[in-house]
Design a protein around this ligand. Structure first.
Ligand code: ADE
Length: 248
């Protein structure tokens, strides 16, 4: 998988993704990260990449020319038969979620456009076909962190990126529930004991307990995620037995 990031701050991208699991995935050739400094493409002799919006209004816009020329340069490095999508990081976009991460993980190349200031000239989106994508309903100072978030979430779905250390199979969101609580050594810490069932060695009981804990946690924290059609009769009964106030 090739990630191509068009940005004014390439180090923000390469710094974060160069560490830990995504750093190892790059070293192993499972993902390739290419950053492109949009400023390198401006024709302005002072290196300017932003300007005032026509019609007035606050703030500056990223100009179309450097973005478009950068995009054409990126495209030259992507084969014609590649499965590719171009995304524009913006709070005004489609909301990114685990399902979209799964969709994106089947591509060969993903191009990211990171906005700054008050956004980009609309023609940059028309000319590049970038789809606006938001990582949540809040406004950040730029699109770099959102791009990193998406690259991280997509990378961990690529076979081989997560060795044995973290399974993407039995985890939060995979089956529509939040993950159950986990414990490691010591057995007692500050008077808090690991639940007895986890020490019992009875795998059937452990699985049942974990599933119930997932249901309970989801009901407490994300009741919107509960899909009763995905629960067994026994689990539905357990759900109904919980007395949790989900009003917020
Ligand atoms: N740029 C600024 N805020 C953003 C957000 N929430 N998602 C994606 N890009 C952004």
């Amino acid at each position: 998988m090739n990630f191509h990031v068009m940005t004014l701050f390439p180090e923000q991208i390469s710094g974060f993704l160069g560490e830990s699991i995504t750093g190892r995935a790059q070293a192993n050739g499972l993902i390739q990260l290419h950053t492109y400094d949009i400023r390198d493409f401006t024709l302005d002799k002072h290196g300017k990449t932003d300007d005032y919006p026509y019609g007035g209004g606050s703030g500056m816009l990223m100009q179309v020319q450097p973005i478009y020329d950068c995009y054409r340069y990126v495209k030259r490095h992507i084969p014609d038969d590649s499965k590719v999508r171009a995304l524009y990081m913006s709070p005004k976009g489609r909301k990114f979620d685990q399902k979209m991460a799964e969709e994106l993980s089947t591509l060969d190349d993903i191009i990211f456009l990171c906005g700054h200031y008050e956004g980009v000239d609309e023609r940059a989106l028309e000319l590049t076909g970038c789809e606006p994508v938001s990582i949540g309903d809040y406004v950040l100072t730029g699109g770099e962190m959102p791009a990193v978030v998406i690259i991280d979430a997509v990378s961990r779905l690529i076979p081989g990126v997560l060795h044995g250390e973290d399974s993407s199979e039995i985890e939060t969101f995979h089956d529509g529930l939040l993950e159950y609580p986990q414990y490691s050594r010591p057995e007692v810490f500050e008077g808090l004991k690991v639940p007895e069932i986890l020490l019992s060695g009875n795998h059937g009981k452990v699985d049942e307990w974990r599933r119930q804990q997932s249901i309970k946690k989801t009901l407490e924290l994300r009741p919107d995620l509960i899909d009763e059609s995905r629960l067994s009769k026994k689990e539905l009964k357990y759900l109904r037995s919980l007395d949790i106030n989900t009003e917020s």
